[in-house]
Design a protein around this ligand. Structure first.
Ligand code: SAM
Length: 230
């Protein structure tokens, strides 16, 4: 009898521990999950970019943005929400809801092809134009004012030489479009909180000298001009 009770007790204990383990696992997942709900469906996890995206979405409303440029397009579509950010779809959706336009430029045919499929699937084609080009060339030729500039092109890896090339490229992008920005423009730079300073190292130094202030600094860095007023 005692043996039976002990057996019964142990199996219950094990069951309870399993239930607690499974519950903690899903609770942990839920806490780490950073969605943009209700703007985007809850299942998409924007993780380290969620808070800067939220701030940008609110600023876009404040300034009533009409022209958005993204360098480096969503090469994985919405599937890449957690890894790459899926910005083409997030800001493309904002553009659609607010009668604005997003231009996203990418040097890779494959990235453009995948992004195009997602843009079409999300029914954003009338508010999103994908451009196959080098971003600096595209920005140099762009006509008209830019309300929101998102820099996220040349990949930043662990290779020191490539890191410097990426940083120089993002600086060149900003310089190419600088005169099309205005005092209420928003600039967001991706992949900054990385060893070596990330994509934004040189461009942020340059912008600060040109009277831009850091508004928010996480994995991404958000900058506004010192004369920004909304
Ligand atoms: C990290 S992904 C962009 C992710 C995207 N912004 C998102 O939120 O999903 C970087 C992209 O930059 C592109 N790229 C690299 N060098 C470039 C250049 N010189 N001009 C334009 N795009 C470039 C790559 O082909 C790649 O598709």
């Amino acid at each position: 009898m005692i043996f039976f009770l002990l057996q019964f007790g142990y199996s219950n204990l094990i069951l309870i521990l399993i239930v607690i383990g499974v519950f903690s696992f899903f609770l942990g997942k839920f806490i780490k999950h950073k969605s943009l709900y209700p703007f985007m469906p809850f299942r998409y996890d924007f993780r380290k970019r969620r808070n800067t995206y939220k701030r940008v979405l609110s600023l876009l409303n404040e300034i009533n943005a009409k022209v958005i440029i993204e360098t480096g397009t969503s090469r994985e579509g919405l599937r890449g929400a957690k890894s790459n950010g899926a910005a083409t779809i997030v800001y493309g959706k904002w553009a659609k809801l607010n009668d604005a336009h997003l231009h996203s430029v990418d040097i890779s045919e494959k990235s453009i092809r995948v992004a195009k499929q997602e843009v079409e699937k999300q029914n954003l084609s009338s508010n999103v134009t994908l451009h196959l080009n080098d971003s600096v060339d595209f920005l140099n030729k762009f006509e008209g004012k830019v309300d929101f500039l998102y820099l996220d092109s040349y990949d930043y890896t662990n290779d020191k030489a490539q890191q410097l090339l990426s940083q120089k490229h993002h600086l060149a992008e900003f310089i190419a479009i600088e005169d099309k920005l205005h005092q209420n423009s928003i600039v967001l730079i991706d992949d900054c909180d990385l060893e070596g300073g990330g994509k934004g190292k040189l461009v942020i130094e340059y912008m600060i000298e040109k009277n831009w202030n850091i508004d928010m600094e996480n994995y991404q860095v958000l900058l506004l001009h010192e004369k920004f007023s909304s």
